[in-house]
Design a protein around this ligand. Structure first.
Ligand code: AMP
Ligand code: ZN
Length: 675
């Protein structure tokens, strides 16, 4: 072995250790010791080393968080120890009764209780073998859950390797979305014309249940672990407080603000103390969990069919207010979607005055039997837009009126059309008229916004005026505006008109991703636009790419790919691009990065698609094998696919491959091909 080879190997080991330490410092302890740039540099160095020495890559390397490809569904996992739910209550008296019952059943013991925040996410079971994360599953029905291992691997606070290596350690915990991440995710969704999530819990659930781990990787999910399932090969601490401390030492994120209470009063005090401070936490909590501290005593209390008798959840009532629903107005969005909005008698709720709330859609209004004039209960979920959660029919006077969404657009009078929502669970009503003033304003406003073309001075008021005056019908018209035309508009003058025209001029040279994002293509948020601008050298090559080529771009899934293809297929949009070109806008990408085709390796340049379950290789492992030999893995079969690697119970991809005459390999064929 050469000296340089040995040096590399040493450096590799160092980098893995170092990156693991920094991940822990940053994502678990929230106390980074190096800058983000330095972290990225170390990560790049490790990736480079591993690219040169693929056989050094292990499944628990910090570089192996996002692997695998799109799956067709989740496998079921049977839990070795069932995941139970918790008995819960809103009443302090029931907490007292619960504690008294335990004392009666355990006479002579001085009982201690832990009080932990109840983090609002989804419960999860994680399996570590010899300290290495091997599998994770959702609760499901408590006995069997979904195998979401690939998605869990993307969560940076989830260690791929523990600091000790017991033969088996099953952890119980919660996957949740911190509030900052929740707000960011919703802002991105709205700017991409997608429905925002109603609360962090739903957002976490939706993110963990993605079939494409690359999508999950973009969602800033986090883990907290508060318990254990099956364990072997290690001595477990005697009580909950010690257990949490031990889990922390293993490198796992554990609950903060845990109290050990020694009497009923102390338990109740800890519960109300948590309620006082929990609004400042960076995540949503919906209660406190009281657990018997000593683990050995728990067995003596046992379980009911659904929940342990040694723990209980006290739920905090969410902050609600009652007010009158004055009227329901209908907003028309950039994509033509009609959204009913509750206009409320102003009321104070959780720190601010609320006068409007979202009603989501017509079905929801009907389901909740909400009528105009009703007394309604409103609630803030995860500090987002307040929502109307129910009406109070007992307060009705008889003057209340049922609401029906208008069947014509309130802005332009065009009959609206019905479409099923992106998640397939409801219906949306849309104004199909692309010239609808509300949509025109929405599109132009989006184009000018900070996150897109960033045109200073082109706020909502100005946009509304230029549209109303007929000066601008689409974003290309902005580039024909002249100062004299705008200076007579309300709140304008010679100076501000000149500034505006200058700002519009400056926007001509913006990066391509801003332009692509600004076009307002459904599902294309800023992140997707950046990914596209990295993958294509200019707008023309992007426009010419079909959905299957788009699918092969990192971070671009089927839904986005189809939406982009459709958008560029529309003659009106092609005309718009022509006029933007004429106006002199920059259409080439300065962020374009030609794919570094791994030029070495027996599979160099070959594209694989995986389907079904292989006898011995997991998806991640198969992907790694392909990539380390210079090949790549795509999510769907197209003419560009070279091989389909198929295992047991393959999906529809195999049909497609047969139709296109693409060779289908078994695992054995694949191993042959590799050697
Ligand atoms: P529920 O879903 O209302 O029955 O509440 C029980 C759930 O609370 C558990 O299944 C966990 O997912 C969740 N939970 C959140 N934080 C904790 C915690 N600190 N200890 C135990 N369970 C928790
Ligand atoms: Zn309309």
């Amino acid at each position: 072995m050469s000296a340089s080879h040995e040096r590399d190997q040493l450096r590799h080991r160092q980098l893995v250790e170092e990156l693991r330490r920094h991940e822990h410092a940053y994502y678990v302890l929230h106390r980074p010791v190096i800058s983000d740039a330095e972290f990225d540099r170390l990560e790049r160095e490790l990736k480079d080393l591993e690219a040169r020495h693929p056989d050094w890559v292990s499944a628990d390397s910090p570089t192996q968080r996002v692997g695998g490809s799109v799956s067709e569904g989740f496998r079921s996992v049977r839990h070795t120890v069932p995941l139970m739910s918790l008995d819960n209550t809103y009443s302090p008296d029931e907490v007292k009764a619960f504690l008294a019952r335990a004392e009666k059943q355990l006479p002579g013991e001085a009982l201690e209780w832990t009080v932990e925040p109840k983090v609002d996410g989804l419960s999860i079971s994680l399996r570590y073998e010899q300290g290495v994360f091997v599998q994770g599953a959702t609760r499901g029905d408590g006995t069997t859950g979904d195998d979401v291992t690939s998605n869990l691997r993307t969560i940076r606070s989830l260690p791929l390797k523990l600091r000790e290596a017991p033969a088996l350690l099953e952890l119980r915990g919660e996957i949740y979305l911190p509030l900052a991440g929740f707000r960011r995710l919703n802002a991105e969704r709205e700017s991409a014309g997608e429905e925002p999530f109603s609360n962090p819990r739903n957002a976490a659930a939706g993110s963990l249940k993605q079939l494409d781990p690359r999508i999950t990787a973009q969602r800033p999910l986090a883990l907290v672990s508060y318990g254990i399932g099956a364990v072997s090969g290690v001595e477990v601490p005697a009580d909950q407080a010690g257990l949490l401390q031990w889990l922390g030492q293993l490198g796992l994120p554990i609950p903060e603000h845990v109290t050990v209470a020694r009497s009923t009063d102390e338990v109740l005090h800890a519960i109300s103390e948590l309620d006082r401070i929990r609004r400042d936490f960076g995540y949503e909590t919906d209660g406190a969990v009281v657990k018997l501290n000593r683990l050995s005593l728990r067995d003596r209390l046992g379980f009911t069919a659904k929940a342990p008798r040694w723990a209980m959840a006290y739920k905090y009532a969410s902050e609600q207010a009652q007010t009158r629903l004055r009227s329901i107005t209908v907003q028309v969005g950039r994509t033509g979607k009609l959204t009913p909005v509750a206009e409320l008698e102003p009321v104070f709720l959780a720190g601010s005055t609320v006068a409007r709330a979202t009603l989501h859609n017509e079905e929801e209004i009907r389901r909740k039997d909400i009528r105009i004039g009703d007394q309604v209960v409103i609630e803030k979920a995860g500090e987002v837009i307040p929502a109307v959660i129910r009406s109070l029919p007992e307060c009705r006077t008889g003057a209340e009126v049922l609401f029906t969404l208008p069947r014509t657009c309130p802005e332009c009078g065009t009959p609206v059309t019905r479409e099923s929502t992106a998640d397939g669970e409801g219906v949306d009503w849309r104004c199909p008229n692309l010239d609808c003033p509300a949509q025109v304003r929405g599109r132009i406003g989006h184009w000018c916004s900070r996150g897109a073309m960033d045109i200073d001075g082109a706020g909502d008021v100005l946009v509304a005026q230029v549209v109303q005056q007929g000066l601008v019908r689409d974003v290309a018209d902005l580039y024909r505006l002249r100062a004299p035309e705008v200076q007579d508009l309300e709140r304008m003058g010679e100076k501000s008109a000149k500034n505006l025209i200058e700002a519009i001029e400056v926007s001509k040279s913006r990066d391509l991703w801003r332009l692509v994002f600004g076009l307002g293509i459904l599902h294309v948020g800023a992140g997707a636009a950046k990914a596209l601008a990295r993958a294509f050298p200019d707008l023309d090559s992007l426009a010419a790419a079909g959905a299957s080529q788009l699918c092969e771009v990192p971070d671009i899934g089927d839904v986005i790919a189809r939406s982009v293809e459709e958008w560029f297929a529309d003659p009106r949009n092609r005309d718009l691009i022509g006029r933007l070109r004429q106006a002199g806008l920059n259409l080439s990408s300065s962020t374009y990065r030609p794919p570094d085709v791994a030029s070495t390796g027996p599979l160099s340049g070959k594209t694989f698609v995986l389907t079904g379950t292989l006898p011995s290789l997991s998806r991640e492992a198969a992907t790694a094998e392909i990539e380390r030999r210079g090949g790549r893995v795509a999510s769907s079969v197209s003419r560009k696919t070279d091989y389909v690697l198929a295992g047991a119970e393959p999906g529809s991809k195999i049909e497609k491959a047969r139709q296109l005459g693409i060779p289908i390999l078994s695992e054995a064929d694949f191993v042959n091909l590799c050697s």
